[in-house]
Design a protein around this ligand. Structure first.
Ligand code: URA
Length: 208
């Protein structure tokens, strides 16, 4: 099962607040950033540590630090940008790779229209960020691209996941772990997650 629903009380409280129908752009953005921090915290849980000695206030002291992990954060345009600062707050030295994917109106296949990846993808953990895992098409296309460039370690952070998207992801890339604040009921005919958050991109950017 590739999906990890993080059932922390703070996460459940904050995702609940995001469902408020009349939520302001400011509040939606703030909660997106806060949840991104909390999900990142969880996604870094398996980072390896190493011991080293430093000069402390009372002499030499042994400390633990993260063992040279190279990370690239991969926001999927446009809504993924709303999660970027929250993730970078916790992983400040991460490099950023950006992907834009749009569905071809005739074939309905998600097609990349923009990609700018950082180097050394074969040595990096890629953390893809996109608030809504709906059909899974954009996420699967992004993982396909990362793998084509040699990336071997991939995780994703989403705020809300639909069962349809989880199933598609499990079929395409079962080893990729998805961290989410909630797993919702289903997709409606327009492809929105129900109950979901509405259009996350519009709510983050203040467009309609
Ligand atoms: N994208 C969104 O912004 N919301 C959904 O519910 C599904 C996809």
């Amino acid at each position: 099962m590739p999906v990890i629903e993080v059932r922390h009380p703070l996460i459940k409280h904050k995702i609940g607040l995001m469902r408020e129908g009349e939520i302001s752009t400011k509040k939606f953005r703030e909660l997106t950033a806060e949840l991104s921090r909390l999900l990142s915290y969880e996604a870094c849980r398996d980072f390896e540590l190493e011991s080293c000695r430093i000069k402390g206030w009372c002499g030499e002291v042994e400390i633990e630090q993260i063992k040279g992990k190279k990370v690239t954060v991969v926001p999927i345009l446009r809504a993924g940008i709303g999660m970027l600062d929250g993730v970078l707050d916790l992983i400040p030295s991460a490099r950023v790779s950006v992907v834009g994917i749009a569905r071809n109106h005739e074939t309905l296949v998600p097609e990349p229209y923009f990609e700018r990846f950082v180097g050394q993808l074969n040595e990096r953990l890629a953390i893809i960020i996109d608030p809504m895992l709906a059909t899974g098409g954009s996420l699967i296309a992004t993982i396909d691209m990362l793998k084509r460039y040699g990336c071997q370690q991939i995780k994703a952070l989403v705020l809300v996941a639909a069962p349809e998207g989880i199933k598609a992801l499990d079929a395409a890339h079962p080893e990729v772990q998805i961290y989410t604040a909630a797993i919702d009921s289903h997709l409606n005919e327009q492809g929105y997650i129900i109950p979901g958050l509405g259009d996350a991109g519009d709510k983050i950017f203040g467009t309609k």
